[in-house]
Design a protein around this ligand. Sequence first.
Ligand code: PEP
Ligand code: MN
Length: 475
Amino acid sequence: FTPASLSTNVAHKSALSVASVRPETSSPAASDDWSPESWTNAVAKQMPIYEDQEELAGAVKELEKVAPLVFAGEVRSLHEKLARVSQGQGFVLMGGDCAESFKEFHVNHIRDTFRVIMQMSLVMTFGSAMPVVKIGRMAGQFAKPRSEPNEVIDGVSLPSYRGDNVNQEEFTPEARRNDPNLMVKAYYQSAQTLNILRAFSTGGFADISRLHAWNLDFVEDTAEGSRYRKLASKVDESLRFMKAIGIDTSSPEFTSVDFYTAHECLLLPYEQALTRQDSTTGKWYDCSSHMLWVGERTRDLDGAHLEFTRGIGNPLGVKVSDKCTPDELIRIINTMNPQNIPGKLSIIVRMGAEKLRKNLPELIRAVQREGKAVVWISDPVHGNTRKTDGGFKTRDFDNVRAELRAFFDVHDEMGSHPGGVHVEMTGEDVTECTGGVSSVTDESLKERYNTACDPRLNGSQALELAFLIAERMRL
Ligand code: PEP
Ligand code: MN
């Protein structure tokens, strides 16, 4: 969110030229039958059924009038950064809550997550000497796909909770009713979140000379905290050296960061209402977020989610598990990025280490054979969820680490670029995932298990992961 990227048609300030990148051509041709509502002709999986169609239409109408949350120029600047990653120059760091919630909303919560992302990014940039593209699962990450449409407790069956922008978590028929007005509430909370993120990224908080202040209190005393302090001192030294030779370390490159947002493109009435035509290029952008991804459960080739996303100019992602065949992946790529524009599409792989070692090579081989430009991102958390005897949904840090290692190993073997990581994490001292230096155990999960959905890495586990990535990227 540098002032430059706020304008709608700005050339990228970087000196790197990427001749093959033309993000402005990434929407379908005008003759195409795509429109922001053409998805309604396809089957939309995981979509809440609203009883009152008039109430739904009213909420959508209200959202059609609200201000865009992000601007086309910002979206294009992210696209250009991702295009460089697809060519091996850079690494993507995506992180945040599994689901944002109304109850947990607080400026401190956003600050803490932002702070860990900054820490991780510093570790990774310094370790690898590669630019890190920072993207928060924030300001719109509300809607959740569910494996069961209903939840049964003590013989009572009610619709599943689908995220705060759809219904409420409480187990009562009133709370579980799908309420379209919650989309409007989620929009206004997202606007606040973005406002805070913009302030943090440009208003002095992200100034690299404050890098010591990014260390989180509860991480400070851990091994990872002291590792971070050591690295921060090295960066300090480099900054002093730069100053001494006359480099202006008060320029925006040092005092602000480009920070982007992303969420799962699941709740299509919301996404449709926030899709606007850019006045400078005439292209459609979903202005709810810079980047959107389609989840593992909704990526059907003839489904509504691919129909919607194929028409928007935003960079896209698609989650793939071991269920995705090479042929299916190529067809998904052809639908979501028919013009094969670098940076347009990220493949977010989530399989668990073992399946990844077996399945990822043939996916990469197919992409290489077809000459497709993609960014490969590892989501090392969603393929590693388990339930404890005590009934908690958790993830073992060892398994997360193993999947990430497998991801790097396979890319090494295949000669492709490991382009990023996508994790569920928070800057708070939660006990939701086991293991790592923070040594959370099955027994201690109950102490601070706060997530509204999937278990998140806490600040020190997230930082530990960043050091691991930095080590692998240096190779
Ligand atoms: C998620 O990212 O929270 C999610 C539901 O992921 P996936 O589609 O990979 O299961
Ligand atoms: Mn999740």
